[in-house]
Design a protein around this ligand. Structure first.
Ligand code: ADP
Ligand code: MG
Length: 230
């Protein structure tokens, strides 16, 4: 499934988004060999030149926040890179967007992709604010759907999600993760999940539920879309 290949590499996905004019946080990518050859002393100034701190350092191809670290200054970068390189040989360094964490799921209905109500992830304590991994532990994050957003922002987020869905060549369903920057009210796409979690408590099923599509109906709809295509 080509959408998986395109979306699984966050660096490639961000290049495609940038080419299409879809907002995604500024970034810089490194592979392990280049980093080893350059060494931290050479690499750090290059990073500082390209990105404004704080930044987020993440493996190019992981999920569930594994290996994602927050780097307040350049001094935090070597440790964050080592953590990320333990998951992938390619690492993405990205401007940290301070704001709200949103997810827009898209579900195809009779051949037309439609955005579902937006889910917001709310960390339950400030101490976890930058600890992306612990946020995924049960109870550390509360999910609200539909997120409390103005109609204008919600519409923009859903339109962006549909554009990204199309750009990534998703089929049937997907979930697009975004940040809403507090200071500017701008939306930035972080990533596309072409096969998001589909347990009853996962975000796409929560969003479908908020749209009046129960879990059984959701699974039926996903299967019938897949069968129509086959
Ligand atoms: N550039 C960023 N700015 C702010 N928060 C980020 C950034 N990148 C990731 N995060 C946080 O980490 C979470 C996981 O990042 P994401 O890129 O979606 O990777 P994963 O594949 O692990 O879900 C996001 O939902 C967000 O809370
Ligand atoms: Mg994500």
């Amino acid at each position: 499934m080509s959408a998986c290949i395109r979306a699984a590499d966050k660096v490639l996905a961000k290049h495609s988004m940038r080419d299409r004019g879809i907002p995604t946080p500024d970034f810089y990518a490194f592979n392990e060999t280049a980093f080893r050859e350059l060494g931290a002393a050479e690499a750090l100034p290059a990073i500082e030149e390209r990105l404004q701190f704080p930044i987020v350092v993440k493996p190019a191809s992981q999920g569930s926040a594994l290996g994602i670290k927050f780097a307040r200054t350049a001094a935090d970068v070597p440790g964050a890179l080592v953590a990320a390189f333990s998951y992938d040989r390619k690492v993405l360094l990205e401007r940290h967007v301070l704001g709200r964490d949103l997810a827009v799921s898209v579900l195809e209905d009779q051949g037309s992709p439609r955005p579902l109500p937006i889910v917001e992830a709310l960390p339950q304590s400030d101490e976890d604010f930058y600890d992306f991994e612990s946020r995924y532990e049960i109870g550390r994050t509360k999910f609200v759907c539909p997120a409390a957003l103005s109609d204008a922002v919600a519409d923009r987020a859903q339109e962006l999600a549909l554009n990204v869905y199309d750009l990534m060549g998703c089929s049937g369903f997907a979930r697009i993760d975004l940040m809403l920057e507090s200071e500017t009210d701008e939306l930035y796409v972080l990533e596309t999940n072409p096969i998001p979690g589909l347990t009853e408590t996962s975000l796409l099923p929560q969003a479908a539920d908020a749209a009046g599509i129960g879990f059984d109906q959701l699974i039926d709809q996903i299967l019938s879309t897949a069968l129509t295509r086959a």
